[in-house]
Write a protein that binds this ligand. Structure first.
Ligand SMILES: [Zn+2]
Length: 400
């Protein structure tokens, strides 16, 4: 049977790509007995035999035409899936770095918010007089699909009950509030909440943070000092949660791509300074997912993103960045390079008393403009156009 040969060939190809710990099941898929291919659900329906028709008993094994769909699950590679089931052509946000094959160094523009010509826009953001209090509750090592490794830090704070996050590339960046001893805790407690140096391994009992001086586990003290000297200013991105753009492949905005690209730049081997993505849970420029979806409908009715928010009686941008400033301070940062196209974000991130200083702004040009993948859609181009024309973003419009 040519069909079976093709299937055997496919399963051999598949087996070669599987990891060594995987036990392939080639025999079950290449057996000549068709009955073995029948799923348990089908056995029960054929046992019913001539029972009255129901949605499942329509596919009785006595009907050769009806067997085809039942066999499909055991032959996933026999034919390509219909195009309607294929993922969109752009890289899903869950795979940081994989959609951007060409290595390229981020290029920063020096900025100085203390002078009018410092490249930080003209508006002064309204900032709260004092920064919120934040505490890193837990962190964990996350190996990513791009091969880079990062530490995910989860924060609590005194202004909302959301779990804001810091995605940290580079082991030298540590949270002060995480490392601080907590009353009554054991070494195991510290290990479990991520307050340890170096790496965890089976059987480890000490956090390595007993003394006042934090030693970075795997490197000697001297190496650590040298790293500190060589270190340039870390890359930072303040990223606001975007469920639609990051999780459900929306092409209305470029949030997913920007998150990927930020992670890629921070995990480049040439970037010794590390990087931090402060991930704020302020969906839809702070208006929440429900209101954001209404705004999308208003956009489909002909309004741009700013007009849609105003029609819903929301400010064009309801986000605030005090939490980001506080988180960056907790992570020991004083000077940063900020990945943003929005010069007016600089003062907002620096805090009410310039607690953080942005030394450079690093632009994030859409990948499709640079001919490096990414995606194009009329919605995202309209969105970027509005950001540039109405929201002070600095991007070259030549590509549109
Ligand atoms: Zn978005």
């Amino acid at each position: 049977m040519p069909d079976l040969n093709a299937r055997q060939c496919q399963s051999e190809t598949t087996t070669q790509q599987l990891p060594s710990f995987y036990s392939p099941q080639t025999e079950t898929t290449s057996t000549p007995h068709n009955d073995d291919d029948v799923e348990p659900a089908d056995l029960s329906s054929s046992a019913n035999g001539p029972a009255p028709a129901s949605p499942t008993s329509n596919t009785s094994s006595s009907n050769p035409d009806a067997e085809l769909p039942l066999r499909l699950p055991t032959t996933p590679l026999a034919q390509p899936p219909p195009t309607s089931l294929l993922s969109p052509a752009f890289t899903p946000p869950a795979t940081p770095g994989t959609g951007t094959p060409l290595p390229s160094e981020p290029r920063g523009i020096p900025v100085d918010s203390s002078v009018p010509t410092g490249g930080c826009g003209s508006k002064r953001p309204r900032l709260l007089e004092s920064l919120p209090e934040v505490e890193c509750a837990v962190r964990a090592r996350i190996p990513t699909t791009s091969g880079a490794e990062m530490f995910l830090h989860l924060y609590t704070n005194n202004v909302d009950n959301k779990e804001h996050l810091a995605i940290v590339f580079g082991r030298q960046i540590r949270s002060r509030s995480l490392d601080a001893p907590r009353e009554g805790e054991t070494e195991l407690d510290r290990l479990v909440r991520g307050a340890y140096t170096g790496r965890l391994y089976p059987g480890r009992e000490e956090s390595g943070l007993a003394g006042p001086q934090i030693d970075d586990g795997n490197t000697s003290t001297q190496e650590g000092v040298n790293e500190q000297k060589e270190e340039t200013t870390p890359l930072v991105r303040i990223h606001s949660e975007c469920y639609t753009g990051e999780t459900v492949w929306s092409a209305r905005c470029d949030c997913g791509e920007q998150l990927d690209e930020a992670a890629r730049l921070m995990s480049l081997s040439s970037n010794k300074a590390g990087g931090i993505i402060v991930y704020l849970r302020q969906e839809g420029r702070g208006i929440g997912l429900g209101e954001k979806l209404k705004a999308y409908n208003l956009q489909d009715l002909g309004n741009d993103t700013v007009e849609a928010n105003l029609l819903l009686r929301h400010p064009a941008d309801a986000r605030s960045y005090g939490l980001a400033t506080a988180i960056l301070l907790d992570l020991g940062q004083k000077e940063i390079r900020l990945l943003t196209n929005n010069p007016e974000k600089i003062r907002a991130v620096e805090g009410p008393h310039r607690e953080i200083i942005v030394k450079e702004r690093v632009a994030m040009v859409p990948l499709s403009w640079k001919g490096r993948g990414g995606f194009r859609a009329p919605e995202v181009e309209g969105y970027l156009k509005t950001k540039i024309e109405k929201m002070g973003h600095m991007l070259d419009m030549g590509g549109l």
